[in-house]
Design a protein around this ligand. Structure first.
Ligand SMILES: [Mg+2]
Length: 199
């Protein structure tokens, strides 16, 4: 079963400004966008000191902000088309709770067969292993689409091929350091790259 595993933030929806703003509100600090971007050079949960109170605030504020997000029409169309030929899943560091709400609000719950977030595990490596085992997937039949260096590095740990997008949290220069299979700049190019991979 050919499978596309999507990251959520920065790929399906550009949540960078929202997350940066909410992070500053939750911590009461005024960290720069660059500082925030750097958290995603590795696994986000290893980069930020875990403070339960701050995390709770962050999640509460983020959930409120997510209520108003609209999934772009063009992205919807591409995902619809890809879902006709491939098994589509999400592996994210965000909350499954918030992502499920987002897809319900956008009337788009039928496309992703699995949405694995922080509640399943904080490590993407573990979430890949869980997904592969649950659906008896071969790693060579999977491709991971993400926007951060940290995710590319986690992908390498399980040997999954990564298509990086340069329209999310990290720019092309930084993504190159993780040596992804390919770097692309829009959903059209994502679809093309995937169809070429398995034609
Ligand atoms: Mg991301």
């Amino acid at each position: 079963m050919k499978t596309i595993i999507f990251d959520f933030d920065g790929v399906i929806h550009d949540t960078f400004d929202l997350a940066h703003k909410v992070k500053n509100e939750a911590t009461g600090k005024d960290s720069s966008k660059e500082e925030y971007r750097d958290f995603f050079n590795g696994n986000i949960f290893e980069a930020v000191a875990v403070d339960n109170e701050i995390e709770k605030n962050f999640l509460r504020l983020q959930k409120e902000a997510f209520k108003y997000l609209k999934l772009e029409k063009d992205i919807k169309q591409h995902l619809e088309n890809l879902s006709k030929n491939y098994f589509l899943c999400i592996i994210s560091s965000n909350q499954e709770d918030v992502l499920n709400m987002y897809f319900q609000n956008n009337d788009f719950v039928h496309i992703f067969k699995e949405i694995l977030g922080a509640e399943t595990h904080r490590s993407k490596v573990e979430k890949f292993k869980y997904l592969f085992a649950k659906h008896a997937l071969k790693v060579e039949d999977c491709v991971f689409v993400t926007d951060t260096l940290g995710d590319i590095l986690e992908g390498h740990k399980v040997g999954v091929k990564t298509i990086a997008v340069d329209f999310g949290f990290h720019e092309s220069e930084r993504l190159k350091k993780g040596k992804p299979f390919k770097i692309v700049s829009n959903f059209e190019e994502i679809s093309l790259a995937i169809n070429n991979l398995w034609k």
